[in-house]
Design a protein around this ligand. Structure first.
Ligand code: ATP
Length: 245
């Protein structure tokens, strides 16, 4: 029932020769006929297997929208976002070729919470907008399942918990969340096996995020990747079937 309908309320006459009414009718029919796209967030902890699970879901037919890849694209040399970051943090955050000096910026925001917030306030809305654009395109194309791959989805929500609504960010686009879980010691082992970081540095990266046990509690769906890759693949197939039923 529309706002202008209902008992005792006369439908408002359309002032535009029925054009708006026809458009509304088309939209209603479209809404009925269009397949529903389910939108889920995908997250985990460092090294728990989020990338592995995203790849499996994509192989099954999900459209995966990768927040990190979008951040990289939006921060290519010469983009408006890079200009805004240079203005906020100084031109010394740029390399001579105009590319963002990620390492330098990373060191700055790792050590300074206020700077981290300023950077997030520049980056997150831009990423959210681009994810929304891709999400709309996937919905228009009739995708049954869109997976928003957002490493810090739950940290973002926790950080904004008490704040009034601000610009929409990527984490607001998903109403349910998949967490890829592995035990903390496996996070450490897998990081060390994957890259040449020291155990201390790997531990520091793990501690900079919400603990994985906490993320597991906040999840709507858990993929337990503490076992073999075959077991993970089986869980992913089951979850995909459940989400697209
Ligand atoms: P990050 O967020 O740090 O990029 P991630 O959560 O995306 O990590 P992956 O890159 O998928 O995690 O996996 C981390 C490492 O662990 C990779 O080298 C991957 O091959 C390995 N790995 C993933 N799942 C398993 C598993 N079930 N058993 C053994 N190794 C695994």
């Amino acid at each position: 029932m529309g706002l202008s309908e209902g008992p005792g309320v006369r439908p408002t006459p359309c002032p535009c020769n029925g054009f708006a009414a026809r458009a509304l009718e088309r939209a209603r029919r479209g809404a009925i006929l269009a397949p529903v796209t389910r939108v889920v967030g995908l997250t985990g902890g460092i090294g728990t297997g989020k990338t592995t699970v995203a790849r499996l879901l994509a192989g099954l037919g999900a459209v995966v929208i990768d927040a990190d890849a979008i951040v990289h694209e939006l921060q290519a040399p010469g983009t408006p976002l890079v200009a805004a970051i240079a203005q906020a943090f100084g031109r010394e955050m740029l390399r001579p070729d105009g590319a963002l000096d990620r390492e330098r910026l990373g060191r700055l925001v790792f050590a300074d919470a206020a700077a981290r917030k300023r950077l997030n306030d520049l980056v997150h809305p831009a990423v959210g907008q681009e994810m929304l654009r891709r999400l709309d395109a996937a919905k228009r194309a009739g995708a049954p399942l869109v997976v928003l791959d957002i490493p810090l989805l739950l940290e973002g929500r926790a950080a904004r918990g008490g704040e009034p609504a601000r610009a929409r960010t990527a984490s607001d686009l998903a109403s349910e969340v998949i967490v890829v879980y592995a035990r903390e010691e496996q996070q450490l082992e897998r990081q060390l096996a994957r890259d040449a970081s020291s155990p201390d540095h790997a531990r520091e990266r793990i501690r900079a995020q919400l603990p994985i046990e906490e993320k597991r509690r906040l999840a709507d769906h858990v993929i337990d990747n503490s076992g073999s890759l075959d077991e993970t693949e089986r869980q992913v197939r089951e979850l995909y079937a459940k989400l697209t039923r």
